[in-house]
Design a protein around this ligand. Structure first.
Ligand SMILES: Nc1ncnc2c1ncn2[C@@H]1O[C@H](COP(=O)(O)OP(=O)(O)OP(=O)(O)O)[C@@H](O)[C@H]1O
Length: 290
């Protein structure tokens, strides 16, 4: 894969910094690819009856899947099939009704810095500059000022925002704000990135650029990502593994490994009209409809 944003990724960076480890490929990437990063075992979620809901709502029936290290796994499905609920349980923001979740063998029992989240709505603090936003998680984690600064520089470079370090998020476009969110989520050194429809509010062109950026980051750093989308094209473009969910009640219907031959194409233009891509598009569409 060609690397635009990360073309200088090999340049020297602060010793022992998380960014340095990632860019040297010590972040868990190719060597460990194929091992399990996240395990979801028989996880269900039932919301109790309350207010307008006279009956409990089964958001998700018992669901099991795993997320291989250094890969992108996508949860795909229509509205209301429990994708976001699943991601929130992985994030530790909501407790499962049954089952359990393990991240690198450790039970998830609440939110933690080992998971970095990116949402559709821009999640940066408007009163902090771009740099301060990226430094925020490091500050909370007790990283000293000098190290914070150098880590933030590296992550800003990684997402192509070096020149915008001292502006406020309100001065940026939607795509750039999502770059800030990505850098901010990566800076504390999570084991996995959790992305909930991160590009849903972006126009096609910007979305495409952000998809390429995510592919480049995962490719370069070996980070693991679990992403929610309802967009089949996006799922196929990004995913090594796709878990197809269905609604009423929310449940996991099928897990596929769509081999669309991404590496055989220069970019998305030719990939999305290729035979393999269209084959998988039909497969996922049928999977969602049946
Ligand atoms: N806090 C909550 N209380 C009650 N019901 C909820 C709550 N959160 C989600 N639900 C219900 O759980 C079901 C699954 O919702 P969820 O948001 O996880 O689906 P989704 O697939 O992510 O859909 P969307 O793409 O629209 O966000 C829906 O019926 C929803 O109304």
């Amino acid at each position: 894969m060609t690397s635009k944003t990360l073309k200088d990724a090999g340049k020297p960076v602060a010793e022992d910094s998380f960014a340095a480890q990632l860019l040297k490929g010590d972040g868990g990437g190719s060597e460990t690819k194929g091992q399990t990063c996240l395990r979801v075992v028989d996880v269900s979620k039932v919301f109790p009856a309350s207010g307008s809901a006279s009956e409990p709502i089964t958001a998700l029936e018992p669901t099991s899947f795993d997320v291989p290290e250094g890969s992108i796994t996508v949860l795909l499905g229509p509205s209301g099939c429990g994708k976001s609920t699943m991601l929130r349980m992985v994030a530790g923001l909501t407790e499962p009704t049954s089952g359990f979740i393990e991240l690198e063998g450790k039970r998830v029992e609440g939110p933690g810095a080992d998971r970095g989240m990116v949402f559709q709505s821009y999640t940066s603090f408007p009163w902090l500059t771009v740099r301060q936003n990226v430094e925020y998680g490091l500050r909370i984690g007790g990283v000293d000022r000098r190290m914070r600064r150098s880590e933030a520089e590296e992550f800003l470079h990684l997402v192509g925002l070096t020149e915008f370090a001292d502006v406020y998020p309100s001065q940026l476009s939607g795509g750039m704000r999502q770059r800030v969110a990505l850098a901010r989520a990566m800076a504390p050194g999570p084991k996995i990135l959790l992305l909930d429809e991160p590009y849903g509010a972006l126009d096609y062109e910007t979305r495409w650029k952000m998809q390429d950026l995510l592919l480049e980051i995962v490719d370069k750093t070996g980070l693991t990502a679990l992403m929610v989308t309802h967009d089949i094209e996006e799922a196929l473009y990004l995913a090594d593994k796709v878990a197809i969910f269905k609604p009423h009640p929310g449940r996991l219907a099928e897990v596929v490994y769509p081999d669309v031959g991404r590496d055989e194409h220069e970019g998305k233009e030719t990939l999305i009209v290729s035979e393999a891509f269209i084959h998988w598009q039909k497969h996922l569409l049928a999977g969602l409809r049946h």
